[in-house]
Write a protein that binds this ligand. Structure first.
Ligand code: GTP
Length: 576
């Protein structure tokens, strides 16, 4: 639900997705920073420490092996030299011929053995199968000259055998003295491979190469991994440089490209009693290869650890995102609908439980408050309806009362301006008409005025009584009112039995016609009046026409004058 609503709601989707993305990249950086970096640093430190330790171990082991190799070689050579010396001494003491065959039998490493006289001429050579060399001279050989001069046993440098095999040899020799006189030497030649092959093989199995050089710095033996050949002069080689020997072994030093394969190697040198030097080389390549292998293993471990941590973080972030999405949905429902679904997260991390519980409580409270609010709104709405109905009813009453009041007022106004006896305008009503049709006493419209007066009315009252006079007044007024044609015309009772009629816009002719209709209408009433000459009640009328702007008082006076003339003229007539 969260994901879909996020997709369909760009307003809310973008910030939420961005937030999750930032959180994920932050987690990634955190894991890389907190796991990978320390692991790599610690691993590199560990590798460097181990590498240094193994290098030191290798160097120490190289020194030990060098010493062992030198010692065993020394013992081998010395043993054979001692054998030759013993044979020489024994033979000289007994004035016997040295038993070379016995010597070779005891020391099988001797390829040949010989005796030579004081002049260096070979007396005997063993084995005899190699040819008879008796009479040949070895006076040029070191193994003859040195013992002859020094009187001491001697270990030679390397040399090539004179036999057909041309074997690489070293010789050990010892002088013979009879009665203090040098009489010759005993010499044994040892094929070099007799004391190097096995040692080289063992050392090579341990990853080391062996070099033996003689006192002149020429190669006696170089194992297969070294690029040196027999008798190659190496006196100037760095690994043979004089060094202070510690317990018989010089310091181990690293030498570049010293191996046959071009590789580097640590080298340790020691010197034998014979003056030979033994140098052992320990290639660095296995150490480097081991370091590379460990580094690759470490990198793989770190990589797997980081990937695992990222997977776990991604899984946890997914849970967090789902829980957060549910929270947002609940909050969004609150914000948009004003309602909240029941908050029941079932897959929320324990750490977020307090937040979820707080939101759940918030939702419950919100729902309760919302329900109360709705109820209050419903009550308020009902109350408002009732109030509105009451107000409307009151307004209707007021309107009706106002209408009645206005009607009453209108009626009152009409009555206040109406003569109660005749129904014509009274003096107040006539003044109201005057106010509407004059300004400063002058007419604002043209108008005709008729002044109407009952003839001999006093006599009528006297003859018929005042109430009968009232009835006559009422009938005359009704007849006069009936004679009016225009709705704007007005009949007003201006005195006891005197009426004024105003006809807006009318001319004198019209006024006369109206007045005549009135007179005739009264005549037609045939109200008996014994005192009147005609025997019936009549009326006299004076008429006048005025233009707008004439003073009303003056107009009324003219009309009154005309009425007077009608009276004086014999009554029952219209005079203008
Ligand atoms: N019955 C009755 N009589 C009224 C009323 N108002 C005025 N009169 C009488 O009308 C009479 C008017 O008399 P006069 O002014 O002398 O006029 P007249 O008698 O009509 O004589 P002429 O006008 O000259 O014809 C008086 O006697 C008044 O009492 C009224 O409302 N009712």
């Amino acid at each position: 639900m969260t994901a879909s609503s996020d997709r369909t709601d760009p307003v809310h989707c973008t910030p939420l997705s961005a937030a999750r993305t930032r959180l994920r990249s932050r987690f990634t950086r955190l894991i890389v920073g907190a796991v990978a970096l320390p692991a790599v640093l610690l691993g590199a430190l560990q590798l460097a420490t181990e590498h240094r330790s193994e290098r030191e171990h290798l160097r120490a082991q190289l020194r030990v092996t060098t010493r062992l190799a030198a010692t065993s070689t020394d013992q081998f050579i010395n043993a054979h030299a001692a054998g030759v010396a013993l044979l020489a001494d024994t033979a000289a003491a007994h004035r016997e011929t040295p038993d070379l065959a016995r010597l070779r039998a005891r020391y099988p490493a001797f390829l040949t053995a010989l005796t030579a006289d004081a002049d260096g001429m070979i007396v005997e050579l063993q084995p005899p199968v190699r040819g008879d060399h008796r009479g040949q001279s070895v006076a040029d050989r070191d193994y003859f000259r040195v013992p002859a001069v020094t009187g001491q046993p001697y270990v030679s440098n390397a040399f090539i055998g004179r036999a057909d095999d041309k074997d690489p040899l070293v010789g050990v020799s010892a002088p013979m003295h009879v009665d203090g006189r040098f009489v010759g030497i005993v010499e044994g030649s040892i094929r070099i491979d007799r004391f190097t092959t096995l040692r080289s093989a063992v050392l090579r199995e341990r990853g080391q190469e062996m070099l033996i050089v003689d006192r002149d710095g020429k190669v006696i033996h170089a194992s297969e991994g070294l690029p040196f050949r027999f008798l190659q002069p190496l006196a100037d080689a760095a690994f043979l440089a004089d060094a202070e020997l510690d317990d018989g072994v010089g310091p181990t030093r690293l030498h570049k490209s010293v191996l046959r394969n071009g590789g580097d190697a640590w080298a340790a040198m020691t010197q034998l009693r014979s003056g030979w030097r033994v140098v052992l080389f320990a290639p660095t390549q296995p150490l480097v290869a081991d370091l590379q292998r460990r580094a690759i293993t470490l990198a793989a471990l770190v990589l797997f650890a980081v990937l695992g941590a990222l997977l776990v973080a991604r899984w946890q972030l997914g849970r967090l995102a789902r829980a957060t999405g549910a929270v947002l949905d609940a909050m969004r429902a609150l914000a948009t609908d004003g309602r909240a679904a029941r908050w029941q997260p079932d897959d929320i991390p324990r750490e977020l439980r307090p937040v979820a519980d707080a939101i759940g409580e918030l939702v419950l409270r919100f729902n309760a408050t919302s329900a109360q609010l709705r109820e209050a709104l419903t009550r308020q709405s009902a109350l408002a309806d009732s109030l509105r109905r009451t107000v409307e009813s009151h307004e209707r009453d007021i309107a009706e009362r106002t209408a009645r009041l206005q009607a009453a007022n209108t009626e009152l106004e009409r009555l206040s301006q109406t003569d109660a006896l005749t129904g014509a305008l009274n003096v107040r009503g006539f003044h109201a008409w005057v106010e509407n049709h004059t300004r400063d006493g002058a007419l604002t419209v043209s108008a005709a005025v008729i002044m109407l007066d009952l003839d001999h009315f006093k006599a009528y009252n006297d003859a018929y009584g005042h109430p009968a006079g009232d009835r006559v007044l009422r009938r005359v007024a009704a007849a006069a009112q009936a004679a009016l044609r225009d709705s704007a015309d007005r009949l007003a009772r201006t005195g006891g039995e005197e009426f004024a009629v105003v006809l807006p816009g009318a001319d004198l002719g019209t006024a006369r016609a109206v007045a005549e209709r009135m007179r005739e209408a009264v005549q037609a009433l045939s109200i008996p009046h014994e005192v009147a000459a005609t025997g019936r009640l009549t009326i006299s009328l004076g008429i006048v026409a005025a233009e707008a702007g004439e003073l009303l008082d003056s107009v009324l006076q003219h009309a009154d004058d005309a009425l007077y003339r009608a009276k004086r003229g014999g009554r029952d007539r219209v005079t203008g």
